[in-house]
Design a protein around this ligand. Structure first.
Ligand code: ZN
Length: 223
């Protein structure tokens, strides 16, 4: 198991990651770009801890399974158990904020969706969740006013604001905790704004969460 960086007040510590709970279609514009209906309730799925990778290292993607898309998402690190929680409990449990890629094998996902099969292979494969180091939540004054940006080879591809989330961070944690107990070290991905597209080995990426997180990385082929 890899340890992940968690930086509070400039002090770098590590945590052992657990599961990653993700929400699909949490931005209306992204649902529309993939011709999906805008959901009335959060669409949840889980990536296992084996999907985690360090965003700061080169991002290793499969090259033999069709297109691999980037989805840039605000990531929340959980520090206290949450089960059927309230919004104040959810707020108290957040110990870190970062930025992550919800890597998606889009062709495979489309095939699975057509057959009404689960998406796991397309979303939960090894390395499917590169995550930045986490900063303290105080670095982010308002979870619902963060600019989420991805530059691919210097070109701005995703530029969304977390204020456009259909289910904001705290209600999302409350909703998730009704189904899945969140434990310290678990991560929640809060959905991607519009602009998703394929990445390829050799690409350079820059991911930003307002002024709180700024990571430059590159893409390589997975061995
Ligand atoms: Zn996503």
């Amino acid at each position: 198991m890899i340890d992940y960086a968690h930086i509070i007040d400039g002090v770098r510590s590590t945590f052992t990651p657990g599961k990653i709970v993700c929400v699909g279609r949490n931005y209306a514009e992204h649902a529309k770009e993939l011709n999906n209906p805008v959901p009335t309730e959060p669409v949840l799925f889980i990536k296992p801890s084996t999907a985690l990778a360090r965003l700061e290292s080169p991002v290793a993607i499969p090259t033999t399974m069709g297109s691999c898309h980037f989805e840039t998402e605000m990531a929340i690190l959980i520090g206290q158990p949450l089960s059927c929680c309230s919004e104040p409990q959810a707020a108290e449990s957040i110990v870190g904020v970062g930025i992550a890629l919800d890597l998606t094998l889009r062709d495979l996902q489309s095939t699975l969706k057509e057959k009404s099969l689960p998406w796991e292979k397309a979303k939960a494969f090894d390395g499917a969740c590169p995550v930045s180091a986490f900063v303290a939540p105080q670095a982010v004054s308002d979870f619902q006013n963060q600019q989420i940006q991805l530059y691919q080879n210097g070109e701005l591809k995703q530029d969304g604001n977390s204020g456009d989330m259909l289910t904001p961070v705290l209600p999302l944690l409350v909703y998730i905790s009704q189904f899945f107990t969140l434990l310290p070290g678990d991560i929640v991905l809060t959905g991607t704004p519009a602009g998703v597209g394929p990445i390829n080995p050799g690409d350079s990426l820059q991911l930003r969460l307002s002024d709180a997180v700024d990571v430059s990385t590159s893409v390589i082929a997975k061995e």
